[in-house]
Design a protein around this ligand. Structure first.
Ligand code: ZN
Length: 191
């Protein structure tokens, strides 16, 4: 998921695939060898490439299919920014084979953007709290509980692994805006 800051350049380190590329609509394949992930050079290079690209684009998350690799690898990396000044600051969490194991019944609406869907914003519902299991980039099993904005980022990136984008979850015409219209509303100070 991306939250571009209007005053900053948008220069991804690696070209990000945009909607229309078939990889974005594929179900991504699991990493088969998580036990040896730490020594898997191509995998580690892919992870570094994802981190570099996400940072260069001021992103708060990225998924491997966005770089043309249909693999179950994603990054969640919330940080405060103009749009979400209260977003938690966190070290990027690299997740191999992430799995949603529990989610709250309550849903929250929120605006999302995506490097793979440039120029568009959508307001979509997400579970407020999620519990997830995954392996870290060294192949160690991990578990996390996230809520709010970080839970939203996870759900957005996990959708990419299923061949989905946030547009698929927009429920009303009024919940879809151009980036310019979204910025205008932001200036008008939406809650
Ligand atoms: Zn995205």
């Amino acid at each position: 998921m991306t939250l571009l800051q209007p005053s900053q350049p948008h220069l991804p380190a690696t070209p990000v695939l945009t909607l229309g590329h078939s990889v974005l609509r594929q179900v991504a394949q699991p990493i088969m060898s998580t036990a040896t992930a730490a020594k898997d050079r191509p995998l580690q290079q892919l992870i570094d490439q994802m981190l570099d690209t996400m940072r260069a684009a001021n992103g708060v998350g990225i998924a491997a299919p966005q770089l043309g690799r249909a693999l179950r690898v994603l990054v969640v990396a919330s940080r405060p920014n103009l749009r979400y000044p209260h977003a938690p600051q966190m070290e990027p969490v690299v997740m191999l084979n992430p799995r949603l194991i529990a989610a709250s019944d309550d849903l929250e609406m929120g605006w999302e953007g995506c490097l793979s869907v440039p120029g568009v914003r959508g307001r979509v519902p997400r579970h407020r709290v999620v519990e997830v299991e995954y392996c870290d980039r060294d192949g160690q099993p991990q578990r996390q509980v996230w809520e709010g904005f970080v839970a939203r980022i996870f759900q957005h990136e996990a959708d990419h692994l299923e061949g989905k984008v946030f547009l698929d979850r927009v429920q009303a015409e009024t919940d879809l805006l151009s980036e310019a219209a979204y910025q205008a509303i932001e200036v008008a100070d939406l809650p």
